[in-house]
Design a protein. Structure first.
Length: 397
């Protein structure tokens, strides 16, 4: 069945500084869909796009997530709005927790609250992965760890902290998850300090040496309608971090693992499933699920798979699967992130992760820019978002 929309139909794109929201606006705006960029900060790049028809200021979800919900519901109640595109954890949390309320007005292309909780809770996610036959790193709660002899990382148990996950938080409270800590072998960390720092009891995982990959997919009521894969070639920080240079790949074992866990969760909507391919064994070990549109979405679009278009089609009654022409080997750069990566190489050190040389890093960046002149934000036909992103960086916005 084809999609049924009119020129007046609109999508609300929750917008932030990452490239995904901008590229959703560009993709659908170029197709004549009315785009409403909703942001809690001034100057987000998506609002500067020539393809943004309207911008709306939202409350900050980390000040009051109930007020944030109310603002999104007010947008959803507009007769022309067909759906909302989430790009951050507070977005999908609110949309899932109050899914019934949103369903009265728009197509709800995201998981219900129970399913989202399994994705956000990395302990529950490990259990689901083991049921699905997907490999995982050794994982324990910080307070349960007795053996610190190996290389470990400490990271938030939840992808996002809110009242559903943390008892001490009220319904209006929301907190971003803490940063990852690298623990040297035989180094026993201050457990109480880490719990206090993270705002909950985090998890400890073995450090898996290897390359980070993700499989991205769009699901319709438990069925995948399109999927792609990405290799992280450079991260925001030199050990890894959010991807700033990413390459589309096609690896059957990665696809099987990623779809297996999403099938086990009976997924609905967009998701990106992160893995590390262990250098010693070649095994893909699950890291996390991003249960919404992912920051490196432009890589998929450059590779021929326009997820925002398929998302819009589902919102308007289309059914999959979709069968675009996918071009593995295509890569894309987040230029601001590349500079952050270089700064990391110049100034930072991480336990048991060798720092690459500055010359090697600069040479690699220059070569990839020449070979793969594709960009997450910069666009000749829509230059203002890149200018806005640059100004935000310079001004510290």
């Amino acid at each position: 069945m084809g999609a049924h929309s009119t020129s007046d139909d609109a999508i609300v794109v929750v917008s932030n500084q990452a490239p995904a929201s901008l590229n959703i606006v560009r993709s659908l705006g170029r197709r004549g869909v009315r785009t409403i960029a909703a942001a809690n900060r001034e100057g987000t790049p998506a609002i500067a796009s020539r393809y943004c028809d309207e911008s709306v200021r939202l409350p900050d979800p980390f000040d009051d997530i109930v007020a944030y919900r109310d603002a999104l519901l007010e947008l959803a109640e507009r007769p022309a709005v067909r759906t909302i595109a989430p790009v951050r954890e507070p977005d999908v949390y609110v949309l899932s927790k109050y899914r019934d309320e949103f369903a009265e007005h728009v197509s709800t292309l995201w998981p219900d609250a129970e399913t989202l909780a399994q994705a956000h809770d990395r302990v529950a996610l490990v259990d689901a992965a083991e049921t699905a036959g997907v490999a995982v790193p050794d994982t324990e709660l910080l307070t349960d760890v007795e053996d610190w002899s190996g290389r470990r990382i400490v990271k938030a148990r939840y992808g996002f902290l809110a009242d559903r996950y943390v008892e001490d938080l009220g319904p209006e409270n929301a907190i971003e998850a803490g940063t990852t800590e690298y623990i040297e072998p035989d180094e026993r960390p201050d457990v109480d300090a880490l719990v206090d720092q993270m705002g909950h009891v985090p998890i400890v995982q073995e450090y898996v040496d290897g390359t980070e990959y993700t499989i991205r997919a769009l699901y319709d009521e438990g069925e995948p309608v399109v999927s792609t894969q990405k290799a992280l070639r450079r991260g925001m920080k030199y050990p890894r971090g959010p991807s700033v240079y990413h390459e589309a790949v096609d690896i059957p074992a990665l696809e099987r693992a990623g779809l297996a866990i999403l099938d086990e969760l009976d997924w609905h909507g967009p998701a990106s499933v992160g893995f590390i391919r262990e250098k010693a064994t070649g095994t893909f070990k699950l890291l996390e699920i991003n249960p919404r549109f992912w920051a490196s979405l432009p890589c998929d679009i450059h590779a021929g798979v326009d997820y925002p278009h398929y998302y819009w089609q589902l919102a308007n009654g289309a059914t999959g699967p979709f069968d675009p022409t996918y071009h593995p080997g295509t890569a894309s750069h987040f230029l601001r992130g590349e500079l952050v990566h270089l700064h990391s190489v110049l100034t930072e050190e991480y336990a048991f992760v060798p720092r690459p040389s500055v010359g090697e890093t600069v040479s690699g960046m220059a070569g990839s820019l020449l070979e793969q002149p594709n960009f997450d934000v910069f666009s000749l036909d829509d230059p203002r978002p890149f200018v806005r992103d640059t100004l935000n960086t310079v001004l510290g916005l």
